[in-house]
Design a protein around this ligand. Structure first.
Ligand code: NAD
Length: 449
């Protein structure tokens, strides 16, 4: 089929490459000229494993092309995906300027019957608004179906997720209107759920809100575990063995970040509020998440006695491993806290450094080429992303290179026995064994077994 994807970010680029791989002719359009220029040279604009070879293969086979020319993309396609960003407004609501802007431009160039698919995460009721905008602009002789088709891929495993999602959700006013999209997905071998658009839009927000709830829930349990000397790993193992609960998203730590969970929780609270529904649970989910970041910094401050002039090595900039995305990453808040307390920051992340450079100037923090350079002469190390590389590093060498011996493991990824045996003053979130501390929530002091 002939497909156009508007907005070539994390979602748009993966959608384009994967649909091209499935044999469709894909035109990928973005208003960002630099992005398009890079992609036309076969250079991926995001980090995603396996993306580069697939991207180049699709371009070489002429199944995929990149352009800034929206008219060309729309006129040449039967199905047009909208995958532009929906960042949060000040009040937490989703900013729909990019979506409505793209829709108005698409509508202007409609030259026949088409299906427009909203892939961006948009508030409940947006498909209806888009429908009105489009019908006001297009020539009445054309039939344009507006569908909602939220995306569930995870950065870091995006290609695999696109091909093997648990479900494809299509929001349509009637089944007939979903026909083109069903054709496009016909050999995806995934469960397809067709709903009314209002349900499809809410499915996306509630999925992310539920995952965020699991994370905040386990973090609250971790804090309780510290106060009583329970071992959070044991608690999680016991919890996760119950198939109704399930192991995923039950890692205690510094909390969730990224471009989706924080903004989607905020937006859902606002969506509820717009219809006078007070979202008590989601408000708490957000508060717990904010507090985890504060708790981690407080722990660092208390362990160091004073952050002023201390050299602190941050390991991990991206909001999770295997992505370069630093949007709303805990690292941003923790670095800001350290800088405002007059501490010095050395940062290392395997691939998130470039994106961080647009947020912190090289005069503010020191960007290091590897983990060993980053830890050298530091008073404390703080782990904020659970990269495999950090787990596999030589912690004996790190201990020798550091000035101090404090490690705050914000993702609970290091082996506690090993860290204590090496002589680190090792602290994590929720813990194996700890005494009540000056924090009131307890920190690790010793190990039982
Ligand atoms: P992104 O910021 O990475 O990319 C958005 C792209 O849209 C940018 O390249 C921008 O230049 C382009 N754009 C904006 N307005 C445009 C216009 N009028 N015409 C052409 N291009 C335009 O965003 P993203 O992370 O890919 O997210 C896109 C949407 O998908 C959001 O609603 C997000 O919530 C949702 N989503 C994201 C993920 C994820 O993991 N990133 C997962 C599922 C859903």
């Amino acid at each position: 089929m002939k497909v156009c994807v508007i907005g070539v970010g994390y979602v748009g680029l993966i959608t384009s490459v994967c649909l091209a791989y499935k044999g469709n002719d894909v035109i990928s359009m973005d208003s960002d000229y630099d992005k398009i220029e890079k992609l036309n040279k076969g250079i991926p604009t995001i980090y995603e494993s396996d993306l580069e070879p697939l991207l180049n293969e699709m371009v070489e086979k002429e199944k995929l092309e990149f352009t800034t020319n929206l008219k060309y993309g729309v006129e040449s396609s039967d199905v047009v995906f909208v995958a532009v960003g929906t960042p949060p407004n000040e009040n937490g609501s989703a900013n729909l300027d990019y979506v409505f802007g793209a829709i108005r431009s698409i509508a202007k160039f409609v030259n026949g019957n088409k299906t427009i698919v909203i892939k961006s995460t948009v508030p409940v009721g947006t498909q209806k608004k888009v429908k009105r905008i489009v019908s006001d602009i297009i020539h009445p002789k054309y039939k344009v179906n507006i569908l909602s088709n939220p995306e569930f891929l995870r950065e870091g495993t995006a290609i695999n997720d696109f091909f093997n999602a648990d479900r494809i959700v299509i929001g349509a006013d009637n089944k007939n209107e979903a026909k083109m999209l069903l054709r496009l997905y016909k050999d995806f071998n995934q469960k397809i759920i067709i709903t009314r658009p209002e349900s499809s839009e809410l499915i996306k927000y509630s999925a992310n809100a539920f995952l965020a709830t699991k994370i905040s829930f386990i973090n609250e349990i971790a804090n309780i575990s510290e106060a009583y000397g329970s071992d959070i790993d044991e608690v999680v193992e016991g919890l996760a063995s119950d198939h109704r609960i399930n192991r995923s998203f039950l890692n205690a730590g510094v909390g969730y970040g990224g471009s989706c969970l924080p903004k989607d929780v905020k937006a859902l609270i606002k969506i509820a509020d717009d219809r006078n529904v007070r979202s008590e649970l989601l408000t708490s989910v957000e508060n717990v998440n904010k507090n985890q970041r504060k708790l981690l910094f407080k722990r660092l401050e208390l362990t160091l006695n004073d952050v002023t002039n201390k050299e602190i090595c941050i390991l991990g900039a991206s909001f999770k491993p295997n992505t370069d995305d630093v949007r709303e990453a805990p690292s941003i808040d923790i670095i800001n806290d350290i800088l405002s307390s007059h501490g010095k920051v050395k940062l290392y992340d395997p691939i998130g450094m470039n994106n961080m450079k647009s947020l912190f100037h090289a005069k503010e923090i020191e960007y290091c080429k590897d983990i060993y350079t980053a830890v050298t002469a530091c008073d404390a190390v703080v782990i904020l992303t659970e990269w495999e590389e950090f787990k596999e590093s030589n912690w004996k060498l790190i201990k020798d290179l550091m000035k101090g011996n404090i490690v705050i493991d914000g993702r609970n990824v290091l082996n506690i026995d090993n860290m204590l045996d090496l002589g680190f003053n090792y602290k994590c979130i929720g813990s194996r064994v700890q005494k009540m501390s000056e924090l009131g929530t307890g920190v690790i002091e010793t190990k039982i077994m």
